[in-house]
Design a binder for this molecule. Structure first.
Ligand code: SF4
Length: 368
C-alpha cells in the first residue's frame, strides 16, 4: 500500500470542479473548523476564499503561535553537487545545460561547513542534483557522518532512494528528507521531466512512503508553484500529507511552497501565483493542519518574506547559496535558481526580532 493507490482513486476533474464552484457559505463553514478536514482545505484554497483572506490570516497567526510559539527555525542549504542525470526544463542543473559541473570532496564539504558555522547555523539541508552513479548512496554515506559531527539536525534533498538506503542514512544521523513531487498533474509532469529516472511520476509519488517506512523523523513535501493549477496541486498535496500522517504517525511533516524562479535556460511560469495567492495557500494549510511545518526559502523577496514570517511559516533559510562550493567561492553561474532575498542571516534574524519572533538556529534534537 502506498499513496499511489489513494491518488488513483482521486478524480482530478471532480476536485477541480468542486474547487471552482465553491461558495461563500462553503468557506464560512470551513472557517468554523478546518482542522484535518480535506473538504475545508478545498474551500479555503478555492477562489471563493479570497474575500476571507484577512479572517484566514488572523486564524493562521493564532494557530501558529499556539503550536510553535514565537519561534522560527533557521536552516541553510549546503549544495553538494550540481551533477544531474535528469532533464527538468525549469532547473539550472538540468542535464543538457552547459554549466560547469562540480561535486564537493570531503575537504570542500568541511570548508563549506566551517563558513556556515560562522553564520550561527546548527540545522542544515544537504542538496544535490539527481545522479545515482556519481552522487549516490555511497557518496551520501561518506558525507553524512562528517556533517552530523557538526550539525544537530541534518536534512537531505536529493534523488529518491530505496527504503534500505534511507534506513542506513537514518542510522548515520539523517533526520529529515525533502522530496518534492513538483506537480500532481501526471500530464504536466511528463511535459517538464523529459529524461532520466525522474520521468517516472509514480516512482516519485510513492517515495515518501519509503522514507516514512525507514523511520525518517521529518518528511517534507512540495510542489513547484507555476507548473500547473496551484490550487489543485496544493489540494492534492494536502491529500498526500493527510494520507502520510494517518499511515505513518511517528514522523513529522513539512511543506515547501516554492514559486518558479528564473534560472539558466529555464522556463517562465505557466500559471502565475500572486503574492495574495501564496498568502491564501499558507493560511489554508495552517487552518487545515496545526502541526504542519511550513518552510520558506530565499526565492521570495525580503519584503514578502518579512510579512510571511508571522503568518504561518515555521522554518526559514537565509544567506543561502544554491551552488556547490558557493559559500567559500560565490559564483552565480552555477546557481540552481536565482535568489530574491540576498540578505545575510543576521539581517533576516533582526527583521524577525523586530516583529516579536525568535529565530532559533536549530531544529528538534533527538533526545534518546
Ligand atoms: S530539479 Fe532536480 S532532478 Fe531536475 S534537473 Fe534540477 S536537480 Fe536535476
Amino acid at each position: 500500500m502506498s499513496f499511489v493507490e489513494v491518488f488513483k482513486k482521486l478524480s482530478r476533474s471532480e476536485l477541480k470542479l468542486r474547487l471552482y464552484s465553491c461558495t461563500a457559505a462553503d468557506v464560512e463553514q470551513a472557517l468554523q473548523g478546518a482542522s484535518g478536514n480535506l473538504d475545508s482545505l478545498l474551500a479555503l484554497l478555492s477562489p471563493a476564499a479570497q474575500p476571507y483572506l484577512e479572517q484566514m490570516a488572523q486564524q493562521a497567526v493564532t494557530l501558529t503561535r499556539q503550536r510553535f510559539g514565537a519561534s522560527i527555525g533557521m536552516y541553510i542549504p549546503l549544495y553538494l553537487s550540481n551533477l544531474c542525470a535528469n532533464e527538468c526544463d525549469y532547473c539550472g542543473f538540468t542535464m543538457s545545460n552547459k554549466i560547469k559541473r562540480k561535486t564537493l570532496s570531503n575537504d570542500e564539504v568541511l570548508d563549506e561547513m566551517r563558513l556556515i558555522k560562522t553564520m550561527g547555523y546548527d540545522s542544515i539541508l544537504l542538496v544535490s542534483g539527481e545522479h545515482e552513479t556519481k552522487v549516490g548512496i555511497d557518496y551520501f554515506k561518506q558525507v553524512l557522518p562528517l556533517v552530523r559531527e557538526q550539525f544537530s539536525h541534518v536534512a537531505m534533498e536529493v534523488q529518491p532512494l530505496g527504503e534500505q538506503d534511507y534506513r542506513e542514512l537514518v542510522a548515520s544521523g539523517l533526520d529529515a528528507v525533502m522530496l518534492y513531487q513538483e506537480t500532481y498533474n501526471p500530464e504536466t509532469y511528463s511535459k517538464h521531466h523529459t529524461r532520466g529516472k525522474k520521468k517516472d511520476f509514480i516512482f516519485r509519488l510513492e517515495s515518501p512512503d519509503r522514507v516514512a517506512r525507514a523511520g525518517v523523523d521529518k518528511i517534507g513535501l512540495g510542489v513547484l508553484l507555476g507548473l500547473d493549477d496551484w490550487r489543485l496541486d496544493a489540494l492534492l498535496m494536502g491529500h498526500h500529507i493527510d494520507y502520510l500522517e494517518k499511515t505513518y504517525w511517528r514522523s513529522r511533516y513539512s511543506i515547501s511552497l516554492p514559486r518558479l524562479r528564473p534560472c539558466t535556460g529555464g522556463i517562465s511560469p505557466k500559471v502565475e501565483l500572486t503574492d495574495k495567492g501564496l498568502v491564501q495557500m499558507i493560511c489554508a494549510f495552517r487552518l487545515f493542519n496545526q502541526q504542519l511545518e511550513i518552510s520558506l526559502s530565499t526565492r521570495e523577496t525580503p519584503k514578502l518574506r518579512d510579512n510571511l514570517f508571522a503568518l504561518g511559516v515555521t522554518n526559514v533559510s537565509a544567506g543561502s547559496s544554491t551552488q556547490p562550493g558557493g559559500y567559500v567561492e560565490p559564483n552565480t553561474e552555477l546557481d540552481q535558481f536565482e535568489i530574491s532575498d540576498g540578505r545575510t542571516p543576521q539581517v533576516v534574524a533582526k527583521a524577525m526580532l523586530e516583529r516579536g519572533l525568535n529565530p532559533v538556529w536549530k531544529d528538534w534534537e533527538t533526545g534518546w
